[in-house]
Design a protein around this ligand. Sequence first.
Ligand code: TNX
Length: 500
Amino acid sequence: MSSLPLVPFPASVDRAEGPAFAWDGRTTVTGDRAAVAALTHLLEVRTGMVPGTAHDAPVVLCVEPGGPAESYRLDAGAGGIEIVGADEAGLFYGVQTLGQLVRCDGDGWCVPAVRISDAPRFAYRGVMLDVARHFFGVDVLKGYIDRAASLKLNALHLHLSDDQGWRLELATRPELTRRGSTTAVGDDPGGHYSADDYREIVAYAASRHMIVVPEFDMPGHTHAVGLAYPELVEPPVLSERVLETVDAFGGGVPASDVPYTGMAVGFSSLRIDDEATYAFVADVFGELARATPGPYLHFGGDEAHGTDPADFARFVSRVSRIIAGLGKTPIAWHEAGVATLAEGTVGQYWDLRTPAAEAAAAAGAFVRAGSQLILSPADAAYLDMKYDAHSRLGLTWADGPTSVERSYAWEPTAILPGLTDEDILGVEAPLWTETSTTAADLDELAFPRIASAAEIAWSPASAPDRTWASFRSRVGGLGPLWRARGIGFFASAEIPWSDR
Ligand code: TNX
């Protein structure tokens, strides 16, 4: 077993014989400009040393097209270090790997002699941030992008609308943010992104080789739409379940035309039989498509308990076709699988690792239709669950707390019978923000469990190091790097954290 603190574990690692590369204040680097900049920053943060550049530098970073997308190889020995990416993303990931290898040995910094050849298992490796329950500004998002990209995650799914707020300003529908964005859960301040903010987020993500996958959730989770356009929504449906959540968590009973600041779900619905609803859908997704260079638009579809099932099916079918008509690939939460959707619509699975029959049927329908799934089993991949009964933050509805071990101990193809890697677009770790209000809260919930999702999405299922025993020791070895990067991780007692 390798003791190198590499997460996600690479496809192949050979510990070469021979001495380490000694990194000191005179070490220089050369090659691809963006990669040199990324490595320079990482090294400064970790060691305090700022490497210079020189044409004959011993550390060489370059792109050589040829290998699989996002792949790279890294060779380190006493004489030098070479990282070759098959593309810019692969080279960037090689630099992240090098950042994990740099360590303090005695009184100097070094990189152990090693040969790594690496490529991802799944094309889509995502994190989701819910900016609707609580709003997070552009700087917090940039920090989250940096954190995710350092673990080779390549998709940032932004949950941009929910009952509590609409968070993206749209020129076609300006009332959405004017009236629907000023509050959040717990009466906390709301907020929204301007078109310029969104452009900045998308560009920053791209510079870290991440796409932005924006979501407007519908037909449920739309109370905030009603604050702006009351004619588009039904009155709140106050089911037993909604009233129980109100009892347990407070926040009051949802009421038309009043901002909702509680945590209940499944009471709101767009009007399904009104053509004005589809004009709205065309406007908001049309504008979103123009602002989003990435291939996916997510239209939600979860927990529409306030919508009649037949209406729900008609609605999601039509919305998927509107989005496909915009030249984008629709993504929907797995419930939408009950309907006939536009060809290629991706399903995002969020039931437990062992699905209820209904969820298995809805998710399986995407595969039977020849489409793919993104897997986010809530009892393992959800970053907003408590770690244990004493956690300061988080929820427990997904079968109780989610320990770090539970976040790690699952295999994507085992979620549904007969599922193969080809049926799976990838893996995503969502962070819903009912209980988090600050960047520090996001760090505490995400780290270290985000590393589990990253490894499940990246590393080969068969890698000998794809075990909890290996993972916990490798994550522990990342403590010093995470601390140097200012990541306020939860120092879970499940992990043997090292301090240098
Ligand atoms: C379920 S999972 C939700 C969200 C909540 C989350 C809290 C899913 C698609 N919907 O509306 O924020 O649980 O964990």
